[in-house]
Design a protein around this ligand. Structure first.
Ligand SMILES: NC(=O)c1ccc[n+]([C@@H]2O[C@H](COP(=O)([O-])OP(=O)(O)OC[C@H]3O[C@@H](n4cnc5c(N)ncnc54)[C@H](OP(=O)(O)O)[C@@H]3O)[C@@H](O)[C@H]2O)c1
Length: 334
């Protein structure tokens, strides 16, 4: 089978689709023929050596795939041959609060990922794909969508709440669609007016260009009637956190997710004087994935795919993600 491997060292130039032995499903595992996979910012960071400096080479990258079950290992009973499934980001987080063991069971970094034609997966770390979705669409869910769902639901997002989203990448566009589905009003920032128009078409109540309006925190407060938003889905990290803390209301919630915006200083006074809850988010459990899929199925939500690359062009897909030109998710078809 073919797999996308990084070797012998970090660098996008060291990504290659190579031949690897076919896996066989062990006890409790299922064998999945991967039909589509999606890229996350994490994969870029991993390939560049900015996520896991101790990564062992060669390593199969990838945390997100969807495909068809083609064989069952002994004792595997949750799925049958022919089922359409997607993997979970972590193998050991079925339900409940995150644990150290769950966090360490993330795939595609310390252990091989799913950017390959065949994968043997622990059946407990797999979910059924919503019936209305293509494999390309389902492959966008395991990391970005579950992260957005975890961030929003942990923050208590619901009818009448306001949510601020940053940029129009994978996590933020899922957060926009899911916030809308949960009955919240979403405000969104972007470096591009054209992308803001597309976000409005997806249900964003208002948008602002963070390049031409650096004071997007003030803008967000105005949008929410002057008090500040209930929830910020914070994907920028140190470079945006201070403004996010200004944009959120007293007693509001900042879901800390990403590192897109580089470095910056944060004044802790903003957190304590406004009694803000700053909650780290690390993707989510299988139970969260399944709960999200029920809402996605009920609302017939369609993930936003920017572009689909053939698997052999995986290095070009990484370059496309790196360019930041995308809106939503970048997918590979196998
Ligand atoms: N903690 C977790 O569990 C978890 C899970 C998933 C992702 N993440 C992290 O969350 C972040 C987003 O991931 P992703 O996969 O959605 O990335 P992505 O799809 O690559 O998102 C890229 C987009 O982010 C926007 N952006 C870049 N710099 C920005 C800035 N300074 N301010 C506001 N927006 C900015 C840009 O949107 P515009 O072009 O519209 O400006 C850009 O196109 C990454 O740091 C990733 O590592 C964390």
């Amino acid at each position: 089978m073919k797999a996308l491997v990084i070797s012998p060292e970090f660098g996008l130039q060291n990504l290659a689709v190579v031949d690897r032995p076919d896996p066989t499903p062990g006890p409790g595992q299922i064998l999945v023929r991967v039909r589509a996979a999606s890229l996350n910012f994490r994969d870029l960071l991993l390939a560049k050596g900015q996520y896991n400096p101790r990564l062992q080479f060669p390593r199969v990258l990838g945390s997100d795939a969807a495909g068809e079950v083609i064989a069952l290992g002994t004792g595997a009973t949750r799925f049958k041959v022919g089922d359409h499934v997607a993997n979970c980001f972590m193998t050991d987080w079925a339900d409940g609060p995150i644990t150290d063991a769950a966090a360490k069971s993330a795939i595609g970094s310390d252990r091989d990922g799913v950017f390959s034609e065949l994968v043997a997966l622990d059946e407990r770390a797999v979910v059924s794909v919503p019936d209305h979705m293509t494999f390309e669409e389902a492959a966008t869910l395991p990391c970005a969508a579950v992260t957005a769902w975890n961030a929003l639901t942990t923050a208590g997002t619901g009818p009448g709440t306001t949510v601020l989203l940053q940029g129009t990448g994978g996590v933020s566009i899922f957060a926009l669609q899911l916030a809308h589905a949960l009955g919240a009003r979403a405000f969104i920032t972007s470096s591009s007016d054209e992308k803001l128009a597309r976000a409005a078409a997806l249900g964003a109540s208002a948008g602002v260009n963070y390049r031409t309006n650096a004071d997007w925190d003030k803008w967000a407060r105005q949008q929410s009637g002057g008090t500040g938003v209930d929830v910020v889905v914070e994907v920028g990290g140190a470079g945006t956190l201070e403004r996010s803390l200004k944009a959120v209301r007293t007693g509001g919630h900042v879901a800390l997710i990403g590192v897109l915006a580089g470095t910056g200083a944060v004044n802790p006074l903003l957190i304590l004087m406004k009694a803000v809850r700053v909650q780290g988010v690390f993707v989510g459990s299988r139970a969260m994935f399944e709960a999200m899929n029920r809402v996605i199925a009920e609302k017939k939500l369609q993930p936003v795919i920017d572009r689909v690359f053939p698997f052999v062009e995986a290095p070009a897909a990484f370059k496309h993600l790196e360019s930041g030109a995308h809106f939503g998710k970048v997918v590979m078809s196998l």
